[in-house]
Design a protein around this ligand. Structure first.
Ligand code: ADP
Ligand code: MG
Length: 724
């Protein structure tokens, strides 16, 4: 395996535009170029007779120009008539240079490529490509590569070809997959599984690559295009295997680290906490709690994702895990993405835990960016001394000045809202803990929580290095949320409905539209809606109805004050931009209105809807949509809204979201262009994915050298993201 290429082209000479474009596409090494596969192909290997062509065919012909003139109806265009002996065809050019006009002069014989259109005036081709006729026909289909501005196909074709040749010469395609383990879909069709030598006759990597870059014309284009051809299967298998191997490697590396082995003690904090909870745990909460306790007892760091739909009760499960750690005298940290959410956790946890902690001389500490200096200094001291058994906060928890005495468990709520760097920083807090200073082998247990369930195939691929626990049961007594689509023109009826809810003592959220271009417009919208609702809900002589406003530009203190009024029930309606998206919990709220719902993503809508239906009252979510100038919703907006009406099941929502958006958007913090699958498709290639998952551990055990080689080939230096 050659190391990174010698960088000949750099230093003094500035890069040309196409070279820069290559870089930008990540096509640095020969192997990267070789793995840059065609999007589609053009068949330039044969010529057809015009008489044999049909409407819509993409064809190549050779014909002689019989007339060439500029016409002005309906606009200036060059009309060229050609005849190939079997029939004629009119070529139409709306833009052309004098030199092209010259090449198209009467009597010239041309090789033409384009799409044939019919019509009552006879066959035509719009802007066909053309060269002088004659010359050899290529033997292979012509590849068309994914490219970008400033990188012409011809240049890219040459670069890829040379990358392919060089990489092959350096042995970059050496087989790494054990012969006996080839996936069945890469086997040669039409032959038995065994060749004469007794080995399996599968498509090799080198052969597959050469073929995909330059397929022979006898192959089925359909098989190439839908990527079911065994050569494609081989590439996908390689890619999925690399992903599995690298995740398994980081998982095994983590298993070499140490974390405090925590014990579940009879009569301890865990048991006490269970005793003071105002409800019984659901079956799912008990099962997941058990899974966490098992992990915490081990001497290796837990690395677990707890997924559960909005409202499934993740917080209490996390608190129970924290109780186990605190019971052993260790510290825990809980980090949430927004201050409102962090504060809500803080209050809930204080309510449950402080009465249990104070007899032990311990407390819950609170850390956020907006904190007063004095309070902050106090909190930092509590954390450093270990008096704070639990630290709840926002990103402030991972700031430099924060020194833990003995952090054993780090919990991240809504983990997809944090970046890789932030999660790494939290893990490092363990190493700077006084109790294990300097021991790089020591790490805290990590619990990541997410309300966006991960579809099975994603969990198997991008999250293969994580253990996953799932809360698949909602606490009892929740009434299902009814979701309705309402056109914006029916706003007045909606206000009536709100009034009705308020009369029954219920509360209402009103989420304002998301406008990407400008936060300022967002704000105007929210302010206007707030004024409108305040007026409409407070007719003369009636009891006053308090309508609040919450938006991201407000000072934190104001946000908290508004939130507190809503939580206490004093405020009936809360108008908000999407700051309430995650986590807030006000069980008395029974109606959620989302304005311009067509602009929100599916999982965001689901999260927002999850703010209601938390109490016993029947709850509803109204998705107000506007069709805008076009008079209709976009295809994907329609699909999203349809999904929302059809199901409230977070897993089903996630599955559809994956279908609509593809995996990229899903991965949040894991997302990294370099690390996304390029060839394999999680919906199509489940069998290959399962194959790769089964093979990876075996390869690491039996063929470690090949495994390393395989990962290097596919991921180069790009697998760091997996460590967080
Ligand atoms: P999420 O999983 O969305 O973070 P929360 O942890 O905020 O959900 O829990 C949602 C609500 O359900 C909270 O008010 C919580 O106290 C309550 N809850 C949690 N578990 C139970 C249970 N087993 N029975 C009844 N209510 C519960
Ligand atoms: Mg939550």
């Amino acid at each position: 395996m050659p190391a990174a290429q010698p960088t000949v082209k750099t230093e003094n000479k500035p890069l040309s535009a196409p070279q820069k474009a290559l870089r930008k596409l990540g096509l640095d090494r020969d192997i990267d170029l070789a793995l840059h596969l065609p999007l589609r192909y053009e068949d330039e290997t044969r010529l057809v007779r015009l008489a044999d062509t049909r409407e819509g065919d993409m064809v190549q012909i050779e014909a002689t120009v019989v007339s060439c003139e500029i016409a002005y109806k309906p606009r200036r265009q060059l009309l060229v008539e050609v005849d190939d002996g079997s029939d004629t065809c009119t070529l139409r050019f709306f833009s052309f240079y004098p030199s092209q006009q010259k090449a198209l002069a009467v009597g010239n014989r041309l090789r033409l490529r384009g799409e044939v259109k019919g019509g009552f005036m006879g066959r035509t081709m719009m802007h066909p490509s053309f060269h002088p006729a004659g010359g050899e026909l290529p033997q292979a289909l012509t590849p068309v590569y994914p490219t970008s501005a400033g990188l012409p196909q011809v240049y890219l074709r040459k670069a890829v070809h040379s990358g392919l040749v060089h990489a092959a010469r350096h042995g970059a395609f050496a087989e790494t997959i054990p012969q006996e383990s080839m996936p069945p879909s890469t086997l040669r069709y039409g032959k038995g599984r065994e060749s004469n030598s007794g080995s399996v006759d599968a498509w090799g990597l080198a052969q597959s690559l050469h073929f995909l870059h330059h397929p022979t014309p006898d192959v089925s284009l359909a098989q190439l295009e839908d990527r079911t051809h065994p050569a494609w299967q081989r590439l996908k298998a390689e890619e999925l295997l690399a992903q599995q191997l690298s995740q398994l490697q980081s998982k095994r590396a983590r298993d070499l680290l140490r974390a405090p082995a925590l014990k579940l003690r009879a009569g301890g904090l865990h048991e006490q906490l269970l005793g003071v909870l105002p409800f019984a745990l659901t079956g799912a909460q008990r099962r997941v709690g058990e899974e966490l306790a098992q992990d915490l007892m081990r001497q290796v760091p837990m690395h677990r994702l707890l997924q559960g739909d909005v409202g499934s009760g993740k917080t209490v499960v996390a608190a129970l895990a924290a109780a186990i750690a605190m019971d052993g005298g260790w510290q825990c940290a809980l980090m949430a993405p927004t201050e409102i959410l962090a504060e809500q956790h803080f209050r809930k946890l204080i309510g449950w835990l402080e009465p249990l902690l104070s007899p032990l001389g311990k407390r819950v500490a609170w850390l956020t960016g907006s904190q007063k200096k004095k309070e902050r200094t106090e909190m930092l001291a509590l954390i450093a001394s270990g008096e704070a058994a639990l630290v709840v906060g926002t990103h402030a928890v991972i700031q430099e000045q924060v020194k833990f005495k003995n952090l054993a468990l780090a919990i991240i709520d809504e983990q997809h809202r944090f970046g890789v760097a932030q999660r790494l920083a939290l893990r490092e807090k363990m190493q700077t803990s006084e109790s294990c200073a300097g021991d790089a082998q020591q790490e805290p247990h990590m619990l990541m929580m997410s309300a966006t369930p991960i579809p099975r195939t994603l969990a198997m691929s991008y999250y293969a290095d994580l253990d996953v626990s799932t809360l698949d049961e909602l606490p009892p007594g929740r009434t299902p949320i009814v979701t309705r689509l309402v056109s914006e023109s029916r706003r007045d009826e909606l206000i009536e409905r709100i009034r009705h809810q308020i009369d029954q003592g219920r509360q209402v959220y009103w989420v304002c539209p998301l406008i990407e271009e400008s936060e300022a417009i967002d704000l105007t919208n929210a302010t206007e809606t707030h004024a409108l609702l305040t007026e409409a809900l407070n007719p003369l002589g009636s009891a006053p109805v308090l309508v609040g406003l919450l938006h991201s530009r407000m000072p934190t203190a104001d946000k908290k004050a508004e939130m507190a009024k809503f939580e206490s029930g004093q405020m009936a309606v809360l108008v908000s931009t999407t700051v309430i998206e995650v986590g807030v919990d006000v069980p008395n709220a029974s109606l959620m209105v989302i304005e311009h719902a067509e602009r929100f993503g599916l999982s965001q809508l689901h999260q927002l809807r999850g703010r209601v239906g938390r109490g016993a009252a029947a709850s509803a979510c109204v998705l107000m949509y506007a069709t805008g100038d076009s008079g209709r919703l976009s295809e994907t907006a329609r699909e999203r809204l349809k999904a929302m009406v059809e199901t409230t099941d977070g897993f089903e929502i996630a599955r559809r979201d994956l279908e609509i958006r593809g995996p990229g958007e899903f991965l949040g913090a894991r997302q990294s262009g370099a690390a996304l699958l390029r060839f394999a498709d999680l919906a199509e290639d489940v069998e290959l994915l399962e194959w790769a998952r089964d093979l990876a551990p075996k390869m690491l055990d039996q063929y470690p050298r090949q495994a390393d080689q395989h990962v290097a080939r596919w991921l180069g230096g790009k697998s760091d993201f997996l460590k967080a």
